[in-house]
Design a protein around this ligand. Structure first.
Ligand code: ZN
Length: 191
C-alpha cells in the first residue's frame, strides 16, 4: 500500500525513532508499504518517520541512479551494489571511514528543494535486516550519502539542519510556504 509521505512541519519528522526489538508482522507490513511508497515517489531512501512512525527503520534502493555511483564492501571485499538492493536497515549504526565530501541532496519531505550537504564519503554500517538478523557492511558514494541522510531522519534530524545558512536562506520562502501548507493540513485533520 502506498502511504502518504509527510512533509516538513509534521511533528513526527522531529521525533527520534524507537528501537525495534522484534520484527513483527506489523513491521514486515510497514517495510513492504515503505518500499511501495518510496518506489512510487522515485526516491532512493525512506525513513519510518516520513510515513508517520517514529521507529529506527529505513528502506533504500539506489539501483535506479546511474549517474551517481555507489560502492560496497562485504567482509572487506568489493561487492555488487545492485544485488545488495533493496536494503532494509533496522536500528542502524554507522561509523565514518573517510573525510567529508559535499554533494547535492534532496528529500521526499521537502519537494523540489535541493542543497549541498557535507558528509563522510564512506562509512561502515551495522544494523538488523528485514528478518531481524544482524548485518554489517562498508559503503561509499551515493549509498553512503543516502544511508546518512536516512539515519538523520531516524534521529529527528532533517537536511535543512545540515545545509549552509546561505542555502537555507535561499530556500526560506519555499520552506515557509511548505510549513504553512502542512499546518493547514494538520489543522484540517484535527479540526
Ligand atoms: Zn529525507
Amino acid at each position: 500500500m502506498v502511504l502518504p509521505i509527510l512533509k516538513y512541519g509534521q511533528p513526527v519528522l522531529r521525533k527520534k525513532g524507537a528501537r525495534i526489538e522484534r520484527v513483527t508482522p506489523g513491521i514486515s507490513r510497514l517495510i513492504a508499504d515503505m518500499f511501495e511508497t518510496m518506489q512510487e515517489a522515485r526516491g532512493v531512501g525512506l525513513a519510518a518517520q516520513q510515513v508517520g512512525y517514529a521507529l529506527q527503520l529505513t528502506v533504500l534502493d539506489v539501483r535506479e541512479v546511474i549517474d551517481r555511483p555507489s560502492t560496497l564492501q562485504l567482509d572487506g571485499q568489493p561487492a555488487d551494489v545492485n544485488s545488495f538492493m533493496p536494503l532494509v536497515l533496522i536500528n542502524p549504526e554507522i561509523k565514518p571511514l573517510s573525510a567529508k565530501v559535499t554533494g547535492p541532496e534532496g528529500c521526499l519531505s521537502f519537494p523540489e528543494m535541493y542543497a549541498d550537504i557535507s558528509r563522510p564519503e564512506s562509512i561502515s554500517v551495522s544494523a538488523l535486516d528485514e528478518r531481524g538478523k544482524p548485518k554489517a557492511f562498508q559503503c561509499g558514494g551515493l549509498l553512503a550519502k543516502a544511508i546518512q541522510h536516512e539515519l538523520d531522519h531516524l534521529n529527528g534530524i532533517l537536511f535543512i539542519d545540515r545545509m549552509s545558512a546561505e542555502d537555507k536562506l535561499k530556500l526560506k520562502p519555499q520552506l515557509v510556504a511548505l510549513r504553512a501548507a502542512t499546518q493547514v493540513a494538520l489543522a484540517h485533520k484535527n479540526g
